[in-house]
Structures are given as structure tokens and as C-alpha cells.
Write a new protein. Structure first.
Length: 202
């Protein structure tokens, strides 16, 4: 059975269609078909810096912290204000761990340390049209004082903190109220690894 790699794809032409905070390119590509021959396609590609997210939990893994903020990509969804994990973009020269620590303080008002981060996964968010790569962690945090509204005002952020039980967070996913892929993945991973984290953070 044929297994293809990046080396099997030829980019014959590339053109930048838009350059703003983000960039959109158009690519003309050639790649082999599974049943032989080749296919020539043209695709638009949304280029985005890599991102990092962290699901914050208490050490007993009974409660989690989710943030709520408006998302333009959810404008036509029933819930433009999305429940999410803390997240941010990696700036040049930054490590994913440093971003996780920085964004946790900025978006949730909570302090964590990089050594407490547990790696969950690195994945492509929407590879049908974007190159965005996301690194996800979980981390223990003191959630007793976590509350209020946070975010960088100069970036237009208006972020509300919610602390809830793991079961309440999962119910948000089951009802469709929490419907973004990173949040759902984080919660389902947590459910599978809850006992291990409890022992690790005890």
C-alpha cells in the first residue's frame, strides 16, 4: 500500500493573496494519486503562527478553569462567546511552555510554573485550509481565587473566567455549548488520564 510524504508533493507556484495580521497564500500543487497517476490542484492556505493552550485543573482533578470570550469565527454559531482553554500564539523565540505560563496569567489571572505542565498533544487544528499547529498541556493551579475578567485591553480581549467541576465542563461539551475542538479534546483527554494526574499532582 502506498504511503506518501511531504517529499511527494510539488508546489509549482505560490502567491500571497493577503497580508495583514495573518496571511493567505494560494498554492498550485501536484501530488500522486493512491491508484496511480497524479493530481494537480490549487488551494488557498490560511497561515497562522503556532498556538499553545493549557487546561487548568485543581490538584485533585475535581475542578477545571475555562475562559469565555467572543470569537469572530463563531459569529454564525449559536454561541459566539466560546468556552475555551487558556491559549495564545507563540512569538518568535518563545517556547510553548513560556507561552502557556504567560497566557495563563494574562487570560485567567492565575500563576503556574512551566515544570508543572503535562504535555497532551500537538496537532493540526484545521488542515483542510490552515497550517495552524496547536500544542496542548494540562497543569495544576490554585483555582480558589480564580475569578473575574481578564485579557489584554490593547488586543481587544475581554475574557471571563469560569471555575467548574470536571462533570459540569463535560456537560457543556455534551450539550453543544462548548463546541470548539481544542476544548473538547482537552476535556476528553483529561477524563482518560484523570487518575494518573491525581497521583502525579498529589
Amino acid at each position: 500500500m502506498a504511503e506518501f510524504s511531504r517529499n511527494d508533493v510539488s508546489v509549482t507556484r505560490r502567491e500571497t493573496l493577503f497580508q495583514g495580521f495573518y496571511r493567505i497564500d494560494k498554492l498550485w500543487l501536484t501530488h500522486p494519486r493512491f491508484e496511480g497517476g497524479q493530481v494537480d490542484i490549487a488551494r488557498e492556505l490560511f497561515l497562522r503562527p503556532p498556538a499553545v493552550g493549557v487546561l487548568l485543573c485543581d490538584r485533585a482533578v475535581e475542578r477545571v478553569l475555562l475562559i469565555e470570550q467572543f470569537r469572530v469565527g463563531a459569529l454564525d454559531d449559536a454561541h459566539p462567546w466560546q468556552f475555551e482553554v487558556v491559549a495564545g500564539l507563540i512569538e518568535p523565540g518563545e517556547s510553548p511552555e513560556a507561552v502557556a505560563v504567560r497566557e495563563t496569567k494574562e487570560e485567567a489571572g492565575v500563576d503556574i510554573i512551566a515544570d508543572d505542565l503535562t504535555f497532551v498533544s500537538e496537532f493540526l487544528v484545521s488542515c483542510g485550509g490552515s497550517d495552524e499547529r496547536f500544542t496542548l498541556y494540562v497543569a495544576p493551579a490554585d483555582l480558589d481565587q480564580a475569578q473575574g475578567v481578564h485579557g489584554a485591553l490593547d488586543e481587544g480581549e475581554d475574557i471571563r473566567v469560569h471555575v467548574m467541576t470536571v462533570e459540569e465542563a463535560l456537560a457543556l461539551g455534551d450539550s453543544g455549548r462548548l463546541n470548539n475542538v481544542v476544548g473538547l479534546l482537552a476535556l476528553h483527554w483529561l477524563l482518560r488520564h484523570r487518575d494518573r494526574l491525581r497521583a502525579q499532582w498529589a
